[in-house]
Ligand binder design. Sequence first.
Ligand SMILES: NC(=O)c1ccc[n+]([C@@H]2O[C@H](COP(=O)([O-])OP(=O)(O)OC[C@H]3O[C@@H](n4cnc5c(N)ncnc54)[C@H](OP(=O)(O)O)[C@@H]3O)[C@@H](O)[C@H]2O)c1
Length: 316
Amino acid sequence: MKYNHCGRSGLMLPKVSLGMWHNFGSADIYDNAKKILHHAFDEGVTHFDLANNYGPVPGSAEETLGRVLKEGLGTHRDEMVISTKAGYMMWEGPYGDGGSRKYLISSLDQSLKRMGLEYVDIFYHHRPDPDTPLEETMSALDHIVRQGKALYVGISNYKPAEAKKAFELLKDMGTPCLIHQAKYNMFDRWVEDGLLDLIGKEGVGLIAFSPLAQGLLTDRYISGIPQGSRMTHSEFLRPEHLTDEVLSAIKGLNEIARGRGETLAQMALAWLLKDQRVTSVLVGASSVEQLDKNFAAVESPAFSSEELLKIEKLLG
Ligand SMILES: NC(=O)c1ccc[n+]([C@@H]2O[C@H](COP(=O)([O-])OP(=O)(O)OC[C@H]3O[C@@H](n4cnc5c(N)ncnc54)[C@H](OP(=O)(O)O)[C@@H]3O)[C@@H](O)[C@H]2O)c1
């Protein structure tokens, strides 16, 4: 594994981090989840990303990590960066959703209990909440750091203008924003429209989530929809996303990757990591084999200008 400094901070993150959104809930097979987590750590993946609501059922991915840590991996706690978030609906009533101080502080307390941890390394506000003053949300993040329940804070899914305000507020409070977690992959490039410039200028790291477009940017769907793949069971990736246009782009990109002597997954991740402002790509995986293919991205050859041009043409 190779590591990048997260923005201008002293914290280094692996170029490939592991997310526990899918495949680590109570609905999944615990032994497989444990195997993936151990394998990732053995390969130098020091960063594991969670949120209060990951499962299914919500909360159970944190319980899975807690159990794996308790069964042994926890002896390496100081070699790990564990993150969690609050911001989406987590429990009934007015205090289990949004960006209030009440929600963020109680949610992190619940997350720590589920994981059996005293602190997380990074705590995020998961999405902007237009109904809560940004000052309140950012001061809750600052408070959490002062309580010692998180070492660093981040934001996720914030557009450039609101991210800029959040960075300013946090800086004024003395708790600078470490990282922005944003969706970024070859098929979804919204961060190129202002956010990358902003985080580069402010010295904040960027971790790209769904860097493989949930599996579309791999060979998973080239010859149909395989049994057990995310597209067969997740509300977030459905067969209607696999349009003729998308499939033809996948096939074209796959040819370019073959020409480079690598897999499409490897190329899709390397394409993101070529930008110095991208600290890490945050992948998901349902097997150890997939993870290994994804780690290969850190060894990818540099892109030639012809290859980059071909990719741009394909992406339209
Ligand atoms: N902040 C936010 O709002 C937010 C939102 C979404 C995600 N995230 C974070 O980002 C993490 C990653 O998201 P993601 O799971 O969508 O990422 P992804 O890496 O784009 O997709 C992962 C899925 O792609 C398939 N896959 C991965 N590697 C493969 C390979 N080498 N060959 C074939 N198929 C492969 C697997 O699906 P199969 O199940 O089909 O095998 C895997 O579960 C999440 O776990 C979470 O931590 C954050």
